[in-house]
Design a protein around this ligand. Sequence first.
Ligand SMILES: [Zn+2]
Length: 113
Amino acid sequence: MRGRDEVQVRDGTCRHPGCSRAASRSDIDHGLDWAFGGRTDHNNLAHLCPAGHALKHEAGWKVSQATDGTGTLTWTTPTGHTYVTEPETPIGTAISAELRSTATRANEARSEE
Ligand SMILES: [Zn+2]
């Protein structure tokens, strides 16, 4: 599972603070700006409803996404307050668990040689 579906499962809801509109009824936002240079992997995607988009584009809120793959968003208001929103189902944890088990298997295979 990759791409939009994966991000929809990860987010569960719109990702602006305090919003619980279903991700399936929100737009996917590519503009998690700055650091990511327009990348379209899941680290640069999040669901936002129209109100969430308006906060970001019109009300001057800034949003950045954690680079660790967990999908954690940090929102900064024009007055400098920050709000952190967590995805419903962090992808990063699932991916890291998968990588860890692969690494463990590789280590086990080496130790049997
Ligand atoms: Zn919203």
